[in-house]
Design a protein around this ligand. Structure first.
Ligand SMILES: C[S@@+](CC[C@H](N)C(=O)[O-])C[C@H]1O[C@@H](n2cnc3c(N)ncnc32)[C@H](O)[C@@H]1O
Length: 212
């Protein structure tokens, strides 16, 4: 009986070794090949997770604000809403930087973005460099809820409906009189817009802040 058990144990061991590296002795080519393949696969999976995490993590936050880039017509509506304005502007949750870069091209300086996703911040900076707009733009890797809005006379937000009440409170607390606020796709819940531009999903609302 004991002899049989030893034979079965020996067979299991051989099968396990075959799984690891074809049962070849330590240091043999096959075994190293297996380890290299496992290392590359594991490394690639880790790299993919690191890249994807910033895109998935908004879903884990209190307010889920996912990356949805503005359409060309939405960007044009934002610029129409800010026509005649100049100076400093900020896009809250600036994504790939398309609104900030268009605003810089339209003469806003500095045009700034606040964005949590590191890859999108790096991409925005690269785009600014490529278009020769680095000196007119700035991208902050920060949480918009912890970012002071006080210094900005022009503010853009493409948010989600669930955040607009809290954002309106933050704006009312922090911004100066005369600040122009442009909300894309979802209006601020209680403020009365000075203008509504565009239609459907690309609608933007312009608010001219005046404290009570
Ligand atoms: C709807 S997208 C708008 C992107 C850009 N403004 C545009 O119009 O193309 C919202 C962006 O906000 C970013 N975001 C989400 N939560 C944030 C937070 N707490 N602080 C800063 N950015 C945030 C997301 O990563 C995403 O890029």
């Amino acid at each position: 009986m004991a002899g049989n058990e030893n034979v079965v144990a020996g067979q299991n061991e051989t099968a396990f070794l075959e799984l690891l590296g074809g049962g070849e002795p330590v240091g043999s080519g096959k075994r190293w090949g297996g380890m290299v393949v496992a290392g590359i696969t594991g490394g690639a999976a880790l790299a993919l997770s690191v890249i994807c995490l910033p895109f998935v993590s908004p879903a884990l936050r209190r307010v889920c604000l996912p990356y949805v880039p503005a359409t060309t017509s939405q960007v044009n509506n934002v610029l129409r809403a800010l026509r005649g304005r100049s100076g400093r502007m900020v896009d809250l949750g600036s994504g790939d930087g398309r609104i900030v870069l268009s605003a810089a091209q339209a003469g806003f300086s500095p045009a700034e973005g606040v964005e949590l996703n590191l890859w999108l911040v790096l991409y925005s900076k690269f785009q600014a460099f490529k278009r020769g707009l680095s000196s007119k733009t700035d991208f902050h890797r920060k949480d918009l809820w912890k970012f002071s809005l006080k210094p900005y006379p022009n503010i853009v937000i493409f948010g989600v409906e669930e955040m607009m009440t809290e954002l309106e409170l933050k704006l009312q607390k922090e911004v100066e009189d005369g600040t122009h606020i442009v909300a894309c796709r979802f209006p601020l819940p209680t403020l009365k817009p000075a203008a509504t531009i565009g239609s459907g999903l690309d609608t933007v609302w312009l608010y001219k802040h005046k404290s009570n």
